[in-house]
Design a protein around this ligand. Sequence first.
Ligand code: BTN
Length: 279
Amino acid sequence: MTSSQWSDLDRPPLRGAQLERAVLRPGGLWTSLRVVAETGSTNSDLVARAAEGAEAGTVLVAEEQTAGRGRLERSWSAPARSGIFLSMLLRPSAPKERWGWLPLLVGVSAASALSQVAGVEVRLKWPNDLLVQVGGEERKLGGILAELAGDAVVVGIGLNVSLREDELPVPAAGSLLLAGAAVTDRETLLRALLRTFDELYTDWAGADGEPEASGLRAAYAAQCATLGRQVRVELPGGRELLGEAVAVDGDGRLVVRDSAGEERAVGAGDVLHVRPQQR
Ligand code: BTN
């Protein structure tokens, strides 16, 4: 449902032209940035535009999505202007087998940018859910959805910024507001996120997508709250894997050691942190 632009003064609209001017710079990664009041899904829009030849570096931001999509065929919904809902279109020159690192790179960028600008610790649950602490509990702040579109990749990110407790889609969700962030201005957060991604992507592309040489694997491990934890991984097909998350391998897969000491690398699935983190 579309609500009036002025129905919630805590949620001012984004100023698309100002944002575009702030984000686009000569020699930078971003080539266009558009803010729309409403769309079905920014990811679906950019996947369609990729097929029409849209330029790498295209960014689409929506104030509201009516058919937002998440990983594992889930939906993503949030009230208008309560968060950041954006997709970016990339055409990496790195070998395709390394493109799996892209959503992890977006996660690292978002966690770094938000931790720095909003002043709250943002960490990653493998593969790339963004987590914050709310009242001593680990809650999901946002998520990332990457989709192949021919010779392009569309990566979407959804972030809960000003969601209040009574608006949470599920109790395990959180928001920057609920985590006590010092900054919840979406334009400031968006600019920081896109600038940080540009820097890290440039390093990654410069190393031909190699996760070791670009420092991406180390940066990911440093931000990843899953490593060292007991996890339950719900694998595609309904199977489960229990054990300790011990590493992220060169392909971005999570390595889980079971109680018999056997190690398995998992490329897709839903991870649950089964015991709270020891601090
Ligand atoms: C997840 O946590 O499962 C991923 C959620 C990704 C949501 C974002 S919002 C912007 C972009 N457009 C979509 O339809 N999905 C992503």
